[in-house]
Ligand binder design. Structure first.
Ligand SMILES: [Zn+2]
Length: 435
């Protein structure tokens, strides 16, 4: 045919490219044989889940592994949407001491993926005055999806001097900032107020109305001038969130040990109840009777920060495991850690594994054993099961793999083996940025 060597090489290259394009797999990643729990779609049974281009591509009883570049067998494990923790403090970048807009906060990535958490909401560490600094240094730089409630206090959560300053609780600029960053600022926070006035709550609701977003309330000091039942039945709107719901610090249980009537009436009105465990907001002597009386939280969240991370709280899966110990079902606990919080923050594209949804996924093990779970007062409850995170996907790619279930056994590899990952489904080997 008389082709020169260069032409032959070009042809060979074209053929190779053509063949590889032809052989391109239908799916990037297949999670096979897992027990899918997807509250939005009312699914709780064994399903295969296939992922392509960062999205859920197929959910079916059996998907052929030959259609995927990578298949991970997750038999015996739960496959759930990436967990959504709507109460964390992650504005760790300022260097300010004794401040949630500083040293009390945590950089998120070390606390999230290893717990199956793919989305966190910072609960008011920043206000409108420093939100953009928070966005620049944390939101835009984290691998975890970070969203925010902005504090009604313009200066943010920087200690009593700031947080009790009614003059800095302006609804209009807080709402303006929220409207500037729709979808990132998902609500307004009020917290830690010690005075008798309703100003922080009223101004937060005013900002929430102006921006069309919910308010999350940490009700601060317990003051007879502003009782919890008035908050829940008059001041908050349907969709507003009462966090720290099992602290017992503001009359969540009445003196007879019954769930406060205002909590029950508030729930009927559509007020949301969130755990927000923290270092001082979860007591067995409140949570157990409340749950026995049928008052479960709508969402499970951590209130994870530098002062709570090593207390009874520990992490998201530990808080979820406490609900296992109290007899709540796996399906309910997962719903309260995925689909419910996603709806509460108006991010219904999250917290579910519908076909077409973003492939943020957690693969969880319910580990039997002998465990102890500790509350804010240092009281223990024994438990026989604990959630463990085996695998986490963010945007369809593996970002955490506890036991290497997505990895080949090294003895099966050539003696000179190198990186095993594939950027279609992996961020770990070699470490890659998440797109
Ligand atoms: Zn908090």
């Amino acid at each position: 045919m008389g082709w020169d060597i260069l032409t032959r090489m070009k042809l060979a290259l074209l053929l190779a490219l053509g063949v590889s394009a032809f052989a391109q797999a239908k799916y990037d990643l297949l999670l096979k044989n897992g027990h899918l729990v997807d509250a939005k779609n009312h699914l709780s049974e064994v399903y295969d889940v296939a992922i392509k281009d960062g999205k859920i591509a197929e959910v079916a009883k059996s998907i052929d592994p030959a259609t995927a570049l990578k298949t991970v067998d997750v038999k015996g494990l739960y496959v759930t949407p990436g967990l959504v923790d709507i109460h964390m403090h992650v504005y760790a970048s300022t260097g300010e001491e004794k401040s949630y807009a500083g040293d009390y906060s945590l950089f998120p990535d070390g606390y999230t993926f290893r717990n199956g958490v793919t989305t966190v909401v910072d609960a008011g560490s920043s206000g409108y005055k420093n939100f953009e600094d928070f966005k620049l240094h944390i939101i835009d730089r984290s691998k975890t999806r970070v969203l925010a409630f902005v504090n009604i206090v313009g200066a943010g959560m920087r200690g009593g001097k700031y947080e009790n300053n009614q003059a800095d609780m302006e609804a209009a600029p807080a709402a303006e900032m929220a409207k500037k960053y729709p979808g990132i600022i998902v609500g307004i926070k009020t917290a830690h107020y010690t005075g008798p006035e309703w100003t922080p709550v009223e101004h937060a609701v005013e900002a929430g109305n102006a921006a069309g977003i919910p308010v999350m309330v940490d009700f601060g000091s317990n003051r007879p001038e502003r009782p919890i039942d008035v908050l829940l039945t008059q001041k908050l709107r349907p969709g507003d969130i009462y966090t720290h719901c099992f602290s017992g610090l503001r009359g969540e249980l009445d003196p007879e040990g019954k769930v406060n009537h205002g909590m029950i009436e508030g729930r009927k009105r559509g007020v949301i109840f969130d755990v927000g465990h923290g270092s001082g907001s979860f007591a067995w002597r409140v949570a157990v009777p409340a749950i026995q009386q049928g008052f479960l939280p709508d969402s499970i969240s951590t209130d994870l920060h530098n002062n709570s991370m090593n207390t009874g709280l520990k992490d998201m899966l530990n808080v979820m495991s406490k609900f296992l110990a109290m007899g709540v079902s796996v399906d309910d606990i997962i719903a309260k850690s995925t689909w419910n919080p996603a709806r509460e923050i108006h991010h219904e594209e999250l917290g579910n594994l519908s076909v077409g949804a973003l492939a943020d996924v957690a693969v969880l093990r319910v580990q039997p054993g002998t465990f102890g779970f500790v509350d804010m007062y240092g009281a223990r409850m024994n438990g026989s099961q604990k959630f463990i995170c085996e695998l986490t996907l963010r945007n369809g790619k593996i970002v955490y793999d506890l036991n290497g279930i997505s990895r080949p056994d090294w003895k099966t590899l050539p003696s000179n083996y190198s990186f095993q990952g594939d950027p279609h489904w992996d961020t770990l080997n070699p470490p890659r940025k998440i797109q």
